[in-house]
Design a protein around this ligand. Structure first.
Ligand SMILES: Cc1cc2nc3c(=O)[nH]c(=O)nc-3n(C[C@H](O)[C@H](O)[C@H](O)COP(=O)(O)OP(=O)(O)OC[C@H]3O[C@@H](n4cnc5c(N)ncnc54)[C@H](O)[C@@H]3O)c2cc1C
Length: 386
């Protein structure tokens, strides 16, 4: 069987694509630059999967510990505006599911280990070997041919560099910190988000068995607040009380703090010849709505559907059509999500009184208009699929 897709990057998205295509009789090869080792779970970094991403994982038999979110309350910390989301409003059991990043990565990597070449990477993509197959050269000088090359190698995609894709990027001037905390509250399926001058602060349940009081916190802070010798830990210690007060709950940090600089990026095109960008290789957004991995799953789903469709319908699929259809389905949707996140960051950053008043009315207003709320939740849940 000849390889249909060479996948650069054995992360969550690259391994998912490999597993889904393999389940449909389509051969893949994954090239991962890191060595084959289980990622120790620090039980701190989490991902929020929407119901559609979870369904995609269920379908390929991936099971990891999850915490369910049924209800989300979003609060304007500087005013009185608030908006509530409830899974009943979209007739879903839950709004989203929290998993530990490394649990999910390990499960997917284990599933695809026999199809993965570890500690290697692409150094060249040759489009011209014949009119159907292209050829990649790896660092160890071996050559492999396939119909497509999928760049699933994250934000600094090697495939994007090798194929000279046109990068657009902007720095948010913010740092995200994440840690776990013990919080006593009545309902363990609730999540909260506060937008304020002191950052965007999200509290979500955590998938730790027998530890229902453990929650995960993702907090985006303006870089200017943690300059001049102020450490992240010092800033957190000084400002946690503000969020305790807003949320009326005691928050006791119980893990180390992980931090990430926040930037967005996207490409003007996702395809070049036989090469295609998918997931964080193609785009990254602000983590405020926890949608990064869900956009990656939506990309992977569309790409797999087009390849499977093309593979079933002909002896030789129309590869240009497969890629074009994928790009049309995903590029504008991803850009819309990126622009929406940027809009939220900017209006909640604004010191302008008129904008502050508007956002207060805006949140409370949307809270009262059911069809608008349903539109937002359906979008975030992955139901609005092209
Ligand atoms: C603070 C923070 C919080 C976040 N929270 C959320 C959240 O709550 N919900 C959510 O949906 N998303 C969240 N995200 C985003 C989410 O983590 C990413 O969208 C997701 O990890 C992207 O998966 P990926 O497989 O596309 O890329 P990656 O996870 O970056 O995987 C890329 C893979 O490619 C490999 N690789 C890299 N270079 C090469 C190379 N040259 N050759 C071969 N292999 C290579 C890497 O080793 C890795 O295995 C968050 C991000 C941050 C920074």
């Amino acid at each position: 069987m000849s390889t249909v897709v060479t996948i650069s990057g054995g992360g969550i998205i690259g391994n998912y694509i490999s597993a889904r295509l393999h389940a449909n009789g389509i051969d893949t090869k994954v090239v991962e630059k890191n060595k084959n080792s289980k990622h120790q779970s620090e039980k701190v970094r989490t991902l929020t999967l929407n119901p559609y991403s979870k369904k995609l994982l269920d379908e390929i038999g991936i099971e990891v510990p999850i915490a369910e979110i049924k209800y989300i309350r979003v609060i304007d910390g500087e005013g009185t505006g608030a908006i509530d989301f409830n899974s009943n409003e979209i007739h879903e059991e839950n709004l989203s599911y929290v998993v530990f990043f490394n649990d999910l990565l390990n499960a997917l990597q284990e599933k695809e280990v026999s199809r993965t070449i570890f500690e290697n990477e692409l150094i060249q993509i040759n489009e011209d070997i014949n009119d159907y197959f292209c050829e990649v050269t790896l660092k160890d000088k071996t050559k492999h041919s396939s119909v497509f090359v999928a760049g699933c190698d994250g934000r600094n995609s090697n495939v994007a560099k090798l194929s000279s894709f046109n990068l657009k990027s902007a720095d948010y001037g913010q740092t995200a910190i994440t840690f776990t905390a013990n919080i006593e509250k009545d309902n363990d399926k609730e999540a909260y988000q506060v937008f304020s001058d002191r950052g965007i602060f999200a509290v979500m349940p955590c998938p730790l068995s027998n530890h229902e009081s453990t929650h995960t916190i993702v907090w985006s802070i303006e870089n200017k607040n943690i300059e001049n010798g102020i450490s992240i830990e010092e800033y957190a210690e000084e400002n946690l009380a503000y969020f305790e007060n807003k949320l009326k709950m005691k928050i006791n940090a119980c893990s180390s703090f992980l931090s990430f600089g926040l930037k967005n990026h996207y490409f003007e095109n996702y395809i070049s010849g036989s090469t295609v960008l998918i997931g964080d290789a193609a785009h990254s957004i602000h983590p405020l709505a926890g949608q990064g991995i869900n956009l990656g799953f939506a990309d992977a789903d569309a790409f797999c559907e087009e390849v499977i469709e093309g593979y079933k319908s002909r002896m030789r699929m129309n590869k240009d059509l497969v890629l074009k259809r994928y790009e049309i389905r995903r590029k504008q949707m991803n850009l819309l999500m990126l622009r929406s996140m940027d809009f939220f960051v900017e209006i909640f950053r604004s010191k302008n009184l008129a904008i502050k008043l508007l956002r207060n009315y805006g949140l409370s207003g949307v809270n009262k208009i059911n069809f608008l709320k349903t539109f937002f939740i359906n979008h975030a849940s992955g139901k609005n699929k092209l």
